[in-house]
Design a protein around this ligand. Structure first.
Ligand SMILES: *Cc1c(COP(=O)(O)O)cnc(C)c1O
Length: 421
């Protein structure tokens, strides 16, 4: 559920008309709803209410905007970060280091040092060479790094190939069959304190079965590790829960269903559970607001050309993702159309043969469920400035990331001496 609704025939977010934001900030612009963020955190937490003190670490990569992170920090969430930049963002937003987890296959020595300096809660290691490097870095600082290994359970998450991470051929984690060896090797490293097991099998999961299969494997590994004398105290179950994008599709499992499954599978585990939800917290809390530039006749259906493009919202071109596209002031008429951006790529297509509200030049449209993996993936392809972001709370709203001037894009390049005159 979200807080984007129609009032007197026009879409508003909480109590703010979309039209007012478009007028003031221009388009395209991402618009986030605080009430929706709060609701999703509440629902996720309620799903895990039976657990003793779980750590819910928001996957910062889904939406790293400082105002979004500050909102989630106020609600008590931790952060799952995948780079030094995300770590600094989380800390700056007020998320305590004691709630920060560092994931990712390519942590550098410099990033490890930064995270050790801040004293984060856990490093999720993805290989033995990474364990050796972290041990060295930590030992050189006179510290022991709290670590888990991310295991690759070889489970098919049943989602898009580009966001599946738990198959043996994927780059993530250590092979399940080698896990006991990897833990044994890590135990001998002086700079590590081996405390946990981690797993994350993919994103936009619409079925609990692969998650459960992965968690069962984690449970078996915890038993085997403890039997081998490892003091395993944490289990990080990752993120991945899907959100509804297409109202015509069956609803993905709810956080309550997910929580019930987690509680059933993990009831005897002698560990603190950790979670890394991203999309399920922010996905439905944001939309990309865009204006129709013009409508052009097509061979089969008209092309609605909007001022947002693949550089603003990459998911459709990257993952064939489906976003609901709604008129901000629907006339009531519907027709089949193709929705495209201005970028010179056929991949700059948001929807083909879509049954949708009839729109014309200057009308506003909203790409729904764009709060996760939206603004954060934006780029400047075709020399288009980065998309601004707005956060709404009740009847208040604020620009939380400005649209950079076009000039800044151009002035960032440097002409070498030999071309200067
Ligand atoms: C991306 C990612 C997440 C978040 O995934 P969602 O599908 O957005 O919940 C969690 N953990 C890790 C390690 C990730 O890479």
């Amino acid at each position: 559920m979200d807080h984007f609704s129609y009032v007197d025939g026009a879409m508003q977010v909480e109590q703010v008309p979309m039209e007012a934001i478009a007028q003031a900030v221009g388009t395209p612009v991402y618009v986030y709803s605080t009430a929706t963020l709060e609701r999703h955190v509440g629902v996720f937490r309620d799903g895990l209410a039976q657990l003793d003190d779980p750590l819910i670490a928001f996957a910062v990569k889904a939406n790293p905007n400082a105002a979004v992170l500050a909102t989630l920090a106020k609600l008590g969430l931790g952060a799952d970060v995948v780079s030094g930049g995300e770590l600094l963002r989380a800390v700056a937003a007020g998320i305590p280091a004691s709630r920060i987890v560092f994931s990712g296959v390519g942590k550098t020595a410099e990033e490890m040092r930064l995270a050790l300096d801040h004293g984060i809660y856990q490093f999720n290691l993805e290989s033995e060479p990474e364990a050796e490097m972290l041990s060295q870095v930590a030992a050189s600082l006179g510290k022991r790094a709290p670590v888990a290994f991310r295991i690759n359970p070889d489970v098919d998450a049943g989602t898009h190939a580009k966001i599946s991470t738990g198959k043996s051929e994927n780059k993530f984690g250590i092979p399940y069959d080698r896990a006991l060896d990897s833990y044994a090797a890590a135990r001998d490293l002086p700079g590590l304190d081996v405390q946990g097991v981690a797993v994350h099998i993919g994103s936009q999961l619409t079925d609990l079965a692969p998650l459960e299969a992965a968690f069962v494997k984690v449970g078996a590994l915890i038993d085997a590790l403890r039997a081998a004398g490892h003091d395993i105290r944490t289990a990080d179950l990752g993120g991945g829960l899907g959100v509804p994008y297409d109202p015509a599709q069956p609803l993905p499992p709810s956080p309550a269903d997910y929580g019930a499954m987690v509680c059933r599978v993990t009831q005897d585990w002698p560990v603190r559970l950790m979670f890394e939800p991203g999309r399920v917290i922010v996905g439905n809390a944001g939309v990309l607001l865009s204006r129709v530039i013009r409508v052009k006749q097509g061979a089969q259906a008209p092309f609605v050309i909007v001022d947002a493009a693949m550089n603003d919202l990459m998911r459709p071109s990257l993952y064939d993702a489906w976003h609901d596209i709604r008129a901000v002031k629907p006339s009531g008429a519907r027709a089949t159309a193709n929705v495209v951006g201005p970028v010179c790529e056929t991949g700059d297509t948001f929807a083909m043969h879509r049954d949708m509200d009839v729109v014309q030049a200057d009308d506003l449209v909203a790409f729904m469920t764009a709060g996760a993996y939206g603004a954060t993936m934006a780029g400047t392809y075709n020399s288009r400035p980065l998309t601004p972001e707005v956060l709404v709370s009740g009847d208040k709203w604020a620009v939380v990331r400005d649209r950079p001037p076009l000039r800044a894009l151009i002035d960032g390049d440097i002409i070498p001496d030999w071309l200067a005159d």
